[in-house]
Ligand binder design. Structure first.
Ligand code: FAD
Ligand code: NAD
Length: 477
């Protein structure tokens, strides 16, 4: 059977489903094909983000952070709770409920926007049509014809040959979101975003967590002043992060896993009960493209696209984790909106310079724009202003006064080039910086903007004043 659409989107993660909805809003007859299946065998829209990424991890981070507070903060407020206990099964059930309500929400959004949601595995054929194999009946195949095709298949975890996933002892991030009990000893290979977030979840619940990171610099992609402040704080929280650690092998037995690694001091072993491998993700494009489709891959295996996410093959686009740029849900969604508008003949573009990054540890790390290291490397003249949360009334009232806000501005024009936050609710605070940079604001623009008192955002205000050595509530250096 063959069906015709204006647009067929392959993948219903945050890149694909957002693109499909916007395309339909633009009056294009749209289908979105997706093959995600959860462990219960049921299909769900939403991709990695909703089913096994952003949402479930934040649900567990929230629960575990509450538990941590009962142990480490409540007494400071005078609250006595006795011996607080965590019921992991209740925490996991809550997480699953949040996930299913949101994935079900996408199915409802498809319906209300007239997007045809198709459960199946899609393949781009060399003649430009899309073959779909039904998710429940592999013998059932369908052909979709479309004026435009958008590839949004997302990404999958990188597996290490020396520590292959076994879904039981050595797990990827999805497995680490599903633990039924808190492991006593937890190893994590990779001290990146997933390693820190999921390491934090289980550490707060009582695991003794050891993170083995190959690089010598902690969070090499972040501003190093902020990264070092975060490293000091995580050490206090007893997250054991070992840098420059090259994992050389893993031995499994019924009683646990021995992880062997080398660093500048020699060879070492650690014993753990579970091992999470989180060393990055790669595009999920296996079997997506028939030979001769014309779609090219770059050297790292990402689908090659231009600034507008066009593949160079007529009317074929690619968005989200399968193309260059940060692997972030909001980056994929904005690419989806841009492509949906371009397909409808509208003017659209994406500002890749102001994509915020967030690590949901406690305190959180958030940034947008350039780091101080990048500005130095590029020879840009800049001024820098920092303000500590220790001098912010709201942060103190929240018992969350660790960290700082740092603003980098061009030395001559005063334009804001980067904002870096390590502190409470940094994920929410960064939005002010993103808007400021989107409008190409100067540090003075933030200085002259009234920030309510007492709020965390006053730290942003003070950091902007500190750029010109005019902070009111801190000593200007
Ligand atoms: P995906 O979400 O991976 O969706 C792709 C979809 O396409 C999937 O449903 C897949 O099954 C389907 N598919 C693939 N191939 C085919 C095919 N041939 N036919 C049909 N369907 C197909 N990002 C953030 O911004 N914030 C966060 O807090 C955050 N937390 C994360 C936590 C974890 C543990 C992980 C793993 C990731 C996290 N991310 C986060 C990253 C985020 O999940 C991804 O950047 C985002 O999901 C990418 O969206 P996407 O639509 O490109 O791909
Ligand atoms: P990552 O790139 O953030 O971190 C991987 C880390 O593993 C790096 O620090 C790298 O140096 C290290 N590494 C690589 N090989 C190693 C090895 N053999 N031994 C030890 N360390 C090694 O990747 P991730 O944490 O797997 O996350 C994947 C993607 O998902 C990221 O791109 C991220 O953007 C996205 N994500 C985002 C969020 C968020 O926005 N809050 C949360 C989770 C994941």
């Amino acid at each position: 059977m063959s069906q015709s659409f204006d647009v067929v989107v392959i993948g219903a993660g945050p890149a694909g489903y957002v693109c499909a909805i916007r395309a339909a809003q633009n009056g294009l007859k749209t289908a979105c094909v997706d093959n995600w299946k959860n462990p219960d065998g049921k299909h769900a829209f939403g991709g990695t983000c909703l089913n096994a990424g952003c949402i479930p991890s934040k649900a567990l981070l929230e629960s575990s952070e509450m538990f941590r507070k009962t142990q480490h903060e409540f007494t400071a407020h005078g609250i006595k709770v006795g011996n607080a206990q965590m019921d992991v099964s209740v925490m996991q059930a809550r997480k699953s409920k949040i996930v299913s309500s949101l994935t079900g929400g996408i199915a409802a959004l498809f319906k209300s926007n007239n997007v045809t949601g198709i459960r199946g595995t899609a393949r781009l054929l060399k003649n430009g049509s899309v073959e779909v194999t039904d998710s429940d009946d592999p013998k059932k195949k369908d052909i979709l014809e479309a004026k435009h095709i958008v590839l949004a298949p997302g990404s999958e975890p990188v597996e290490l040959k020396i520590a292959p996933f076994d879904r039981e002892q050595v797990v990827d991030s999805w497995g680490a979101l599903e633990f039924a009990a808190t492991p006593k000893r937890l190893g994590v290979v990779g001290g990146g975003v997933i390693g820190l977030e999921l390491g934090s979840v289980w550490q707060r619940l009582g695991s003794q967590v050891t993170i083995l990171e190959a690089m010598d610099n902690f969070l090499f992609m972040a501003d190093q002043q902020i990264a070092q402040a975060a490293a000091r704080e995580f050490k206090k929280q007893q997250l054991d992060i070992r840098l420059g650690a090259k994992v050389t092998g893993v031995d499994k037995s019924k009683s646990g896993i021995s992880v062997h690694y080398e660093d500048k001091d020699g060879k070492h072993d650690i014993e753990v009960d579970k091992l999470i491998v989180a060393v990055g993700r790669r595009p999920a494009i296996q079997n997506l493209l028939e030979d001769g489709s014309g779609v090219k891959l770059d050297q790292r295996g990402f689908i090659q696209v231009d600034e507008e996410c066009h593949t160079g093959v007529k009317n074929i686009w690619a968005i989200g984790d399968c193309v260059r740029g940060p692997m972030l849900a909001h980056k994929g969604s904005e690419e989806g909106v841009m492509v949906a508008d371009l397909m409808a003949g509208k003017v659209a573009e994406m500002n890749y310079d102001v994509i915020p990054s967030i690590i949901y540890t406690w305190p959180e790390i958030a940034w947008v724009g350039k780091t101080e290291e990048e500005l130095k490397k590029q020879g840009v003249k800049y001024k820098s202003g920092g303000f500590p949360f220790a001098a912010n009334g709201r942060a103190k009232a929240m018992e969350a006064a660790a960290g700082m806000v740092k603003i980098l501005a061009q030395a001559d024009t005063d334009e804001i080039l980067g904002v870096h936050i390590f502190g409470p609710m940094a994920s929410e605070m960064i939005a002010e910086a993103v808007i400021a940079m989107e409008f190409r604001a100067s540090a003075e623009d933030i200085q002259r903007t009234i920030h309510a008192h007492p709020t965390l955002s006053e730290a942003m205000h003070e950091a902007s004043l500190a750029v010109d050595k005019r902070a009111i509530h801190a000593i200007n250096r």
